[in-house]
Design a protein around this ligand. Structure first.
Ligand SMILES: [Zn+2]
Length: 86
């Protein structure tokens, strides 16, 4: 539903990166995340990492896919940009 609206807005008016002026149809989402793994030696003597747990870190960034400049640091602002709002 929300994605349909975003697609319509993007078709009507191109989104422009305020840092480089490039046309943007999506943002790069970069997020810090903590992962824990089980590290063990199997019956063949091989070492393995098995995913165990993960949780959010301290930061997240929404960047321009062209110039990689950070445009937003929260989802609300990133959504507003993709909706074409000022
Ligand atoms: Zn840019």
């Amino acid at each position: 539903m929300d994605e349909d609206i975003i697609n319509v807005v993007n078709r009507l008016k191109p989104l422009i990166c305020p840092k480089c002026g490039g046309e943007v149809s999506y943002l790069k989402y970069v997020v810090e995340e903590i992962h824990t793994y089980i590290f063990e030696r199997d019956e063949y003597g091989k070492f393995n990492y098995t995913p165990d747990d993960s949780w959010p870190g301290d930061w997240e960034e929404y960047s321009c896919p062209h110039c990689y400049e950070v445009l937003f640091t929260n989802e609300e602002d990133a959504q507003r940009f993709l909706r074409g709002e000022e």
